[in-house]
Design a protein around this ligand. Structure first.
Ligand code: ZN
Length: 140
């Protein structure tokens, strides 16, 4: 599959996850349940498993974090920066993006950052869920 097509697919997956997470955070787990039946064994499944009865604050935190990561990834796709390493500007291999759709660094830079400690971790764009993410929602 061409990288561009793969990215389009990945975006569709991320948009669905985002919507499911938003619903779940609003107390509706039906979308997560739906996703779960399609893709067993991922992060959302684990979240869903522990959310059968109620959404604990801890779970909400995990979901919020994933939601922020997804929104960050979608912003980067919109800006044409998705799949590009934030540190060295190199192309992040598709295999890595498949495994880790929110990756913002190539594996070499990721290792470098981990080795040098927390101080060098680049800022996460998705942390500010402001007006910008509202407007992108309309376009997606
Ligand atoms: Zn890099």
């Amino acid at each position: 599959m061409a990288r561009k097509d793969a990215l389009v697919n990945l975006r569709a997956i991320l948009v669905r996850r985002r919507d499911a997470l938003r619903s779940a955070l609003a107390g509706d787990l039906s979308l997560l349940k739906e996703l779960r039946s399609e893709s067993p064994g991922d992060v959302i499944d684990a979240a869903y498993d522990s959310a059968q009865d109620e959404i604990s604050s801890q779970l909400a935190e995990v979901e919020s974090r994933e939601l922020a990561n997804i929104e960050n990834a979608l912003e980067r796709m919109k800006a044409g920066q998705y799949g590009q390493c934030e540190v060295c500007g190199g192309r992040i291999p598709m295999a890595r993006l498949d495994a880790l759709p929110y990756a913002t660094m190539c594996i070499e830079c990721q290792r470098e950052v981990e080795r040098s400690g927390t101080g060098a971790v680049p800022r996460r764009v998705g942390d500010e869920a402001g007006e910008e993410s509202m407007s992108s929602e309309l376009e997606l």
